[in-house]
Ligand binder design. Structure first.
Ligand SMILES: Nc1ncnc2c1ncn2[C@@H]1O[C@H](COP(=O)(O)OP(=O)(O)OP(=O)(O)O)[C@@H](O)[C@H]1O
Ligand SMILES: [Mg+2]
Length: 365
């Protein structure tokens, strides 16, 4: 018997479709009770990875273990069928049986496992309570809203207490408001049930807000794994930087500990650089929310630069402004509690520790 609780361990996992490499030698370790998001653009290999964990797709190479059980190992020629993996799955399409009631849908996995009728009643009632559908057991599936149907699908996946949960874009059929609500509910649910799982999404807000850690995938590979704030604040590659949230990029030249904005711009002190040698053509990056924008003439702060408002869009709660900085056009939000004007000069204060410098030389990542 092993004393460490089970956790998912993926090594060297590869999937080829003909000559196309959909998943390219990825490695990933989940801690027990951890929810990890696989985040990346369409076609980067997220669903294929999940399907290999579930046993719905055979890897071309590599190994997937869960605790001391081997789900699949290509080098050792081991493959556990899907039904022996104790996995709960929730997909974008709820895949509920429309002619069955809520109760019957959720009870189905227990009946398959030959659980006694009396036990089924109790377990189904408990799990329906958990997803806030207590009392809805007799409803027909077509009578439910999209959000309720997704909660039934969640209940059905949870009811036999799977060791591992897999989610593939579970909320992407729901409208924005319901999606936000389901995010909250799943987060609260995780306080009540320990859940180790993989959560696939291409929605960065979903990943940042729900996951303990995020693995960012790009073209079949994992580019970075880390906590939401780590990958957001300290992206390791330009792809991760640009994929997660908004970013302002300004071109210029790097020097030791600093950066000069192109087109005769000012010099800024910087903290983080990404393999940039002094003199290199480079890009300064900062998340727009870290930039303080003050009218020209206000008391100046160190590490500030000039900018001109070129275009303003009033959106109710704020202005969207296109600004000219050095040789670049960049977008910022401006608070709407003050009147701004097109053509107005402003100062942008860039906190040193929020700025990173990236090489624009041909071999840069
Ligand atoms: N059965 C298959 N045969 C051939 N190619 C496939 C097959 N399944 C997936 N692919 C290809 O593998 C790549 C990864 O597909 P996958 O479904 O894993 O992407 P994804 O990251 O889930 O994308 P999305 O966000 O659009 O769901 C895609 O280019 C896809 O066309
Ligand atoms: Mg997919």
């Amino acid at each position: 018997m092993s004393l460490t609780p089970p956790s998912l361990s993926i090594s060297d996992l590869t999937k080829r479709f003909g000559r196309f490499v959909a998943v390219d030698s990825i490695a990933l370790e989940l801690r027990p009770g951890e929810l990890v998001a696989l985040l990346g653009p369409s076609g980067c290999g997220k669903t294929t990875t999940l399907r290999m964990v579930a046993g719905l797709e055979r890897p071309s190479a590599g190994e997937i273990r869960f605790g001391d059980r081997v789900f699949v190992s290509i080098p050792r020629a081991i493959e556990l069928p899907p039904e022996k993996r104790q996995i709960g799955m929730v997909f974008q399409s709820y895949a509920l049986w429309p002619h069955m009631t809520v109760f019957e849908n959720v009870a189905y996995p227990l009946q398959l496992r030959g659980i006694a009728k009396a036990d089924i009643r109790g377990k189904v009632a408990a799990v329906l309570d958990l997803v806030n559908l207590g009392g809805a057991g007799d409803k027909q599936i077509p009578q439910l809203s999209g959000g309720q149907q997704q909660r039934v699908a969640l209940a059905r996946a949870l009811v036999y207490e799977p060791a591992l949960m897999l989610f593939d874009e579970p909320f992407s059929n729901l409208d924005t408001q319901l999606r936000g609500q389901m995010r909250m509910e799943l987060k609260m649910l995780r306080r009540k049930v320990e859940m180790t799982g993989l959560f696939v999404t291409h929605d960065q807000v979903e990943a940042l807000s729900m996951a303990d850690r995020i693995a960012i995938m790009h073209a079949g590979r994992i580019e970075q794994i880390g906590s939401p704030s780590e990958v957001y604040r300290q992206p390791k590659t330009r792809f991760v930087r640009d994929f997660l949230g908004r970013v302002v990029n300004l071109r210029g030249t790097a020097d030791a500990g600093g950066f000069r904005i192109a087109a005769g711009g000012e010099r800024l002190a910087v903290a983080a650089t990404h393999d940039v040698h002094p003199g290199a053509t480079a890009e300064l990056s900062i998340r727009p929310e870290f930039v303080a924008i003050v009218p020209a003439g206000a008391p100046d702060r160190p590490n500030s630069i000039n900018a001109t408002i070129e275009e303003l869009l009033f959106t109710g709660d704020r202005f969207e402004a296109r600004m000219r900085v050095g040789g670049d056009n960049v977008l910022f939000d401006l608070p709407s509690d003050r009147a701004w004007a097109e053509g107005e000069s402003v100062r942008l204060h860039l906190p040193t520790d929020a700025v990173s410098i990236w090489s624009l030389e041909p071999d840069a990542k």
